[in-house]
Design a protein around this ligand. Structure first.
Ligand SMILES: [Zn+2]
Length: 209
């Protein structure tokens, strides 16, 4: 699970185990989730590796636990969503090649290339999913572009633009928004259809903790 965390990475890091997060309902049964345990993981932001605490919540009814990731973390990725998104936007948007984007954002070339490849491979699904979400949130329908990657970027931007009219989302920013609505799986290898991820049921507003 991903929550739309608006905190700067530094503030989240500094809070350690005491980090505050919203009290969420179980995604399966809507029962209350309680703090169960947690683990530490690394994130890289602005070229620095940091350790963050990830709470693990448990539903007493389902007896299932869920890790609760802040929206700046993508599942199985070290770099924060803003870095990954910036590189993808520059390269898939046609602004520059992978190498200069990787250098500008201080990430290894092969890492950046992997993000862009995965994004392009998923671009059709992402474009369709985020365009549908944009419409659901009141934006005009988008006309698909010839290039799937650019269309996906346009759709993510349009969905965020529409969401930014709702309380809280503007401060979260476009890439944390995209991470939140995709459940952290924006560029994950195996994922359910983004249609499921962006449906209203999964669209959690960024309530303050
Ligand atoms: Zn449950």
């Amino acid at each position: 699970m991903v929550w739309p965390c608006p905190l700067p990475v530094d503030a989240y890091v500094a809070a350690g185990r005491e980090v505050e997060f919203p009290r969420l309902a179980c995604p399966a049964c809507a029962g209350p989730l309680v703090l169960w345990s947690g683990y530490w993981r690394h994130v890289r932001a602005a070229g620095r590796c940091r350790k963050i605490f990830v709470p693990r919540l448990r539903c007493g009814l389902c007896e299932v636990s869920h890790a609760l990731l802040p929206a700046f973390v993508l599942a199985w990725r070290l770099d924060v969503a803003e870095t990954v998104g910036a590189v993808i936007a520059e390269v898939a948007g046609g602004g520059c090649g992978v190498r200069p984007a990787a250098a500008r954002w201080g990430v290894p070339y092969t890492t950046a290339r992997g993000w862009v490849r995965r994004f392009r491979r998923r671009a059709l699904d992402l474009g369709a999913g985020f365009a549908a979400l944009a419409v659901e949130l009141g934006a005009d329908a988008l006309r698909p572009a010839a290039d799937a990657g650019r269309f996906a970027l346009t759709a993510i931007g349009a969905a965020f633009g529409a969401a930014a009219g709702l309380p809280g989302w503007l401060a979260v920013g476009v890439w944390r928004f995209a991470c939140s609505v995709s459940g952290g799986r924006l560029i994950a290898a195996n994922t359910a259809s983004p249609y499921l991820m962006v449906g209203k049921r999964r669209f959690m507003p960024p309530v303050p903790p």
